[in-house]
Design a protein around this ligand. Sequence first.
Ligand code: UDP
Ligand code: MG
Length: 322
Amino acid sequence: MTRPRLTIVIAAFDEARALPRLQPRLAAVLDGLDADGIDAGVLYVDDGSGDGTWEAMEVIAAADARVSLLRLSRNFGKEVALTAGLDQVTDGAAMILDADGQDPPELIPQFVARWREGYDDVHGTRVSRAGESWAKKATAHAFYRVIQRLAKTPVPADTGDYRLLSPRALDALRQIRERHRFMKGLFGWIGFNRIAIPYERHARIAGRSKFGFWRLWNFAIDGVTSFSTAPLRLATYVGLATACAAFVFALWVVGKAMLYGDAVAGWPTMMAVILFLGSVQLVALGVIGEYLGRLYEESKRRPLYLVRDWRSSRHPGPEGLH
Ligand code: UDP
Ligand code: MG
């Protein structure tokens, strides 16, 4: 009888200090899963780190045959690094985990139990987050509320990438090759049986967060533009509203000139109107530009990532370009 397989996929960018601390905890979890009849392993993805993360990974893999390694040719960002890892899991389920210990690996057996009950997408939902600033918590809170209203498919609140995907969910995800990968949205898009597991998010075990304000802001724009065209429609409505206001204003100006004559005056009003309309147009152009830029990026059809190195005794491995 073949045992069900599980691969824990971990994207790491400059996590040389965190990985050696995470690995013993993971090894204990793998032992437990093994005792429960599950053939579990780990796949680390080095997302172009420059701090010796790959060397740390090699040490870990040399000591444990259940560990596989994938190294990308440069830093492609977390979403693509995860995609590269998930692409290699062609047999069994996959579990996504952060390298910094913020998602406690000790909970993995709970996720696996849900999968064995028949769920395809078991996702961790944070009931609290330790070690993060109030600004990050507040903006994250606002972001989830906005994206939930805009996206047509579910994006559960306070849910990161800590989740387990069944083989058929993985297969579905593999078919999505879009470039601006807003994973939280893609997981909801594929559907199937979904269930949340509440958990407490810990502070980082070492190193610092790679997602500063600007990166999160751009991430949010990616999320909105990948899953909604509402900003384009908003531009149309703002245009219509200003056109109506301009019409009323024009009637008033012309009427006033006919009744009381037309002494040259009104420079402040004219400037105000010109500046206002100019900025509305620029904003609308910017919104169109965002979507056009994405279209351009997609149309180039470059591979999503390039593989530099690969070590594994559990997986067949990548063939060339992706
Ligand atoms: N990460 C990655 N590539 C990147 C940035 C981050 O693979 O370009 C990984 C990182 O090593 C970590 C995970 O993504 O395992 C989450 O990153 P981080 O902890 O910096 O984000 P935060 O938890 O602060 O949102
Ligand atoms: Mg983190």
